[in-house]
Write a protein that binds this ligand. Structure first.
Ligand code: ADP
Ligand code: MG
Length: 278
C-alpha cells in the first residue's frame, strides 16, 4: 500500500475493532511497557446481577430495593443498572427522586420521598466473599445490603497473558472494588500486582507513580472513575460498548468491538508500524 505505515495501522486497528484517535497514539501504544487493567467492565463483563438483598431487622427486601433503585435511577454505573433491573423484575414500584448526586468510585445519593438515601461501597472485608456488596442507608442509618456478582470476560486471562508477554513490567489490576473480589479476579486472570478499594484519584496517583519510576503505562478502563488514571497514563484505552462518555472522551483509543483480545493485537500492530517509520 502507498499509505504511511502509522495511517495504515490505524486503518488496520479499525478493521480489528479499535478506534485509535491519532497517529501519535498509534505510535505510543507500542512503547507501552506496563499494562494496567480496571476490573469492573474491563476484565469483567460489566453486567453484574443482584445475587442477594439483605434487609436490616424491621425492613423488607422490597423496601431496600425501592430505596436503592430510586437513588440509582440516574446513574450509568453497571451496579446501578443491575439494581434497577432487579427492582423492575420484582415489580418494586418506582418512587419520586430529587437531588441526585453521583460520587464516582463510591456510590450515589438522592432524596427519595423526602429522605436522604445513599447506596455506596461497603467497607473492604478481606475475609468477605468474592462479590461486590453495597450498603443502602437512609438518613445515615444502614437499612440493608445488596450483593452483586459479575462474570469474567472469557478472553480476560488469555489477554493478560499476551500483554504480559509483550511488556517488560508486570501487569497491574486497579479497582475501586473490595480486596476479596479484586483478589478473585486477579487469581483467575494471573495478575499479581493488585490494588483494591481505590478512589478515582488513587488510580491516577498509582499510574503517575509508575510513570515517574520510568514506566510507559497503558491503562484500560471503562468508567468515569477511570478517566483521571487514563489522563495520567501515557496511553488510555476505553472499553467502548458500555463505556461512559467521559471515559470515551478522555481515552486515546477506544475498543469498539467488545473484545479485550484486540489489545495485544493493537500493541503488535503499533510495533510493526514503528519498525517501518523509524
Ligand atoms: P471499578 O474500579 O472496579 O470499575 P468503581 O470505581 O466504579 O469500580 O466502583 C468502586 C466501588 O464503589 C464499587 O465496587 C461499589 O462498591 C461502589 N460504587 C460505585 N458506584 C456505585 C453505584 N452507582 N452504586 C453503588 N455502589 C457504587
Ligand atoms: Mg470499571
Amino acid at each position: 500500500s502507498t499509505m504511511p505505515p502509522l495511517l495504515a495501522s490505524i486503518a488496520n486497528a479499525g478493521r480489528h475493532g479499535v478506534l485509535v484517535k491519532s497517529a501519535t497514539v498509534m505510535e505510543q501504544i507500542g512503547r507501552a511497557d506496563l499494562v494496567a487493567f480496571d476490573k469492573t467492565g474491563t476484565l469483567t463483563q460489566g453486567e453484574p446481577r443482584v445475587a442477594e438483598v439483605e434487609p436490616e431487622a424491621g425492613h423488607t427486601a422490597e423496601e431496600i430495593l425501592a430505596w436503592a433503585a430510586a437513588a440509582e435511577r440516574n446513574s450509568e454505573h453497571p451496579l446501578a443498572r443491575a439494581i434497577c433491573a432487579h427492582a423492575d423484575q420484582r415489580r418494586v414500584a418506582p418512587q419520586p427522586v430529587e437531588d441526585f448526586v453521583s460520587l464516582p468510585g463510591v456510590g450515589v445519593s438522592a432524596t427519595v420521598d423526602g429522605e436522604r438515601v445513599r447506596v455506596e461501597r461497603a467497607p473492604a472485608d478481606p475475609e468477605g466473599p468474592a462479590s461486590t456488596q453495597v450498603i443502602v442507608s437512609v438518613n445515615e442509618q444502614v437499612r440493608g445490603r445488596i450483593t452483586l456478582t459479575d462474570t469474567l470476560r472469557p478472553e480476560a486471562a488469555r489477554t493478560v497473558e499476551q500483554v504480559g508477554a509483550l511488556t517488560t513490567r508486570p501487569v497491574h489490576l486497579l479497582t475501586g472494588d473490595n480486596a476479596a473480589t479484586a483478589a478473585h479476579v486477579a487469581g483467575a486472570t494471573g495478575i499479581d500486582r493488585v490494588h483494591a478499594a481505590l478512589l478515582p484519584q488513587d488510580k491516577a496517583a498509582l499510574v503517575k507513580e509508575q510513570e515517574e519510576a520510568g514506566a510507559q503505562v497503558l491503562l484500560v478502563g471503562d468508567g468515569v472513575n477511570d478517566a483521571p488514571a487514563m489522563a495520567a497514563a501515557t496511553t488510555g484505552v476505553a472499553m467502548g460498548r458500555r463505556g461512559s462518555d467521559l471515559a470515551l472522551d478522555t481515552a486515546d483509543a477506544i475498543v469498539v468491538r467488545d473484545d479485550l483480545s484486540t489489545l495485544p493485537r493493537l500493541i503488535a500492530l503499533s510495533r510493526r508500524a514503528r519498525r517501518f517509520v523509524i
